[in-house]
Ligand binder design. Structure first.
Ligand code: PEP
Length: 278
């Protein structure tokens, strides 16, 4: 695949040039990062309210976008308590069907109806415990987009796939399924690259591995045309205050999807602060 020059390359060149000239490189807008929390099946009503109260004290820099994905019952708390805050919220999953006899499912129409702007789809826990194939994930993303909900599509390889060097093929298959269903709408999605072996394990890939994999994902997206090179690619898997700055410095990393370290407002707020300093 051909090498593409993107906004990051240009920014870096301009910044260096301004520094060489002894000029203020701070005038250039900082790279935007998304800092997203996946709460999974955690938290209570009381804990959620406390978290949201505490988040009011967190300073969110202009170039940082915060997103939180709580369990369904707390979405209303987010909508009502966050109305004037700079934090977006979303569901952790969505049905691929529009409506009807699908007990236990929540449709994109329902999420859209309550004003929910985002949803995760294809988290590895949904793929491995609930049988979400890449085709199902793609249909869920499509259903979300039909109701003006931005899907954050999670992709990632298992340890075995990484070790046997099949991870590129796996990621491409996951992305191709999405592109096959969405075509040019793919540009309206967010991608979260989450190596399955890094989720909840405390193990993260090396920065080189993150860099190579994000670049690979970027290039697959570019190969679709349709402005897909503009899609933001988040990294997820054992992100915490100790590693967020290093990961943020990797090219093509546009943000983070954070599980365990997002459950306490002080820890999550600290990560938001550290990401904003990069
Ligand atoms: C996740 O499940 O999306 C995740 C990234 O979890 P953790 O940060 O706990 O590894």
């Amino acid at each position: 695949m051909s090498k593409v020059i993107d906004r990051n390359d240009i920014e870096m060149l301009v910044r260096r040039h301004l520094q060489d000239l002894g000029m203020d490189s701070e005038a250039i807008p900082k790279k935007e990062y998304i800092v997203a929390a996946n709460w999974k099946m955690n938290m209570t009503d009381k804990e959620t309210r406390k978290f949201l109260e505490e988040m009011k004290g967190v300073n969110i820099a202009e170039h940082i976008r915060v997103m939180i994905f709580p369990p369904y019952p707390y979405l209303y708390l987010f909508r009502d308590m966050l109305r004037y805050e700079r934090i977006a919220y979303g569901a952790q999953d969505v049905a691929k069907e529009e409506k009807g006899a699908y007990t236990g499912e929540v449709s994109a129409a329902m999420l859209g109806d309550m004003g929910c702007p985002l949803t995760l789809v294809g988290h590895s826990e949904r793929r491995s415990y609930y049988g979400d194939t890449s085709e199902i994930v793609a249909k869920k993303a499509k259903a979300a987009l039909e109701h003006q909900i931005t899907p954050m599509i999670c992709i990632g390889e298992t340890l075995e796939e990484r070790k046997s060097h099949r991870y590129e093929q796996v990621l491409k298959e996951q992305l191709d399924a999405v592109y096959g269903e969405l075509k040019d709408q793919v540009k309206d999605c967010l991608i979260a690259y989450e190596p399955v072996w890094a989720i909840g394990t405390g193990v993260i890939p090396t920065l080189k591995e993150i860099s190579e994999t994000h670049e690979y994902i970027h290039q697959v997206l570019v190969s679709y045309g349709v402005l897909a090179e503009k899609i933001r690619i988040l990294y997820g898997g054992s992100v915490n205050a100790g590693n967020v700055r290093d990961i943020a410095s990797v090219k093509y990393v546009n943000g983070f999807l954070i599980g365990g370290a997002s459950l306490k407002a002080d820890s999550f707020g600290n990560i938001i602060r550290l990401a904003s300093e990069v």
